[in-house]
Design a protein around this ligand. Structure first.
Ligand code: SF4
Length: 320
């Protein structure tokens, strides 16, 4: 799609399943974002799966806003709508607006710093702008893999714009049960969209490939973070993924859930995941036959794993 044509999608935005239909040059939709790209941090990040972080780190760009808006979001200081961000006790609203050209520069700077890859975190609502920036960066010799790290609340037609630009998809599959996705993200149709989105990702990248150091060059890793009191749904998610894809994809089962402030209406979410319930889910996955997987060990549920969103790596002389 030509640049101008793809940016036109922002004038009546239906990029994600929220289908706001608004002109993002004039107002913001559910994702809380207008037409300008906003990001809060670009840095080397060590806390992804080992084949993504490696020794030197993943070149992570954290975008501001989110079309999903889970109540338990671990990155809520930047993901919530702007008013919620401002109200948040953590927030100093440090996101910075950047042009497509500046975003391409940020990718190249991360490559220069030694990043194993470029890792786009919560990119859905900026797909048209990001596609342009990747294209520009590739013309300027960006040659490390590009990772698309998403909630999976995506439309397949939007993901098709990324064909040939993304090397590794890193989607979540958060819920199967529409009652849970409605309760925690006001997205009753989450599984329907997310499962179709993952199908499209696997269609684009049907086989995984690794370099000689074991770093992923191509592939799909689907993440599932366990939530308190959602054990049955977690089992259903793992079973669905395995029965649909067997070992064509990698499954990352995460226990890092960290209760954030402001969960008064969701008392069940105010605890971490216990070792025993996590081990039970891992045993279930192993018994099913999952071989291509990642698990988390040690105390991952610490807020210190949540990076500081202070505009690091995003600001340049023009927008300090
Ligand atoms: S990307 Fe944002 S504005 Fe566009 S449809 Fe989704 S939530 Fe609405």
């Amino acid at each position: 799609m030509k640049d101008r044509e793809s940016l036109k999608l922002l004038t009546e935005c239906r990029i994600c399943p929220r289908n706001c239909g608004i002109d993002r040059y004039q107002e913001t939709g559910v994702c809380g974002q207008g037409a300008g790209i906003q990001a809060a941090r670009a840095s080397l990040h060590m806390w992804e799966e080992p084949c993504i972080s490696g020794e030197r780190g993943s070149g992570t760009v954290f975008f501001t806003g989110c079309s999903m808006g889970c109540v338990f979001c671990q990155n809520r200081t930047i993901s919530g709508r702007s008013q919620e961000r401002i109200r948040s006790s953590h927030s100093s609203d440090t996101s910075v607006e950047v042009s497509n050209e500046r975003l391409a520069d940020i990718f190249l700077q991360l490559q220069e710093q030694g990043a194993h890859n470029i890792n786009l975190v919560t990119p859905t609502h900026f797909i048209p702008q990001i596609a342009i920036a990747i294209d520009k960066a590739k013309q300027q010799k960006l040659n490390i893999p590009v990772v698309y790290n998403t909630s999976s609340y995506e439309k397949t037609e939007s993901l098709k714009q990324l064909y040939g630009l993304i090397d590794i998809y890193l989607p979540d599959l958060k819920f199967m049960d529409p009652v849970l996705s409605q309760k925690y993200a006001k997205a009753q149709d989450y599984f329907q969209y997310a499962s179709d989105a993952i199908e499209e990702m696997v269609r684009q990248i049907p086989r995984a490939a690794f370099d000689e150091e074991g770093m992923m060059e191509k592939g799909v890793i689907v993440r599932h973070m366990m939530l308190p009191d959602c054990y049955q749904d977690s089992k259903n998610v793992i079973r669905y993924l395995y029965e649909r894809y067997h070992n064509q994809i990698y499954i990352s089962i995460m226990n890092q859930y960290t209760p954030m402030p402001g969960l008064e209406d969701y008392p069940e979410l105010k605890r971490r995941i216990g070792k025993r319930e996590y081990d039970r889910l891992i045993d279930f996955a192993l018994k099913l036959g999952v071989e291509n997987g990642f698990i988390q060990e040690g105390n991952t549920a610490l807020e210190s794993f949540i990076p500081e969103f202070n505009g690091e790596g995003i600001r340049d002389k023009g927008n300090v």
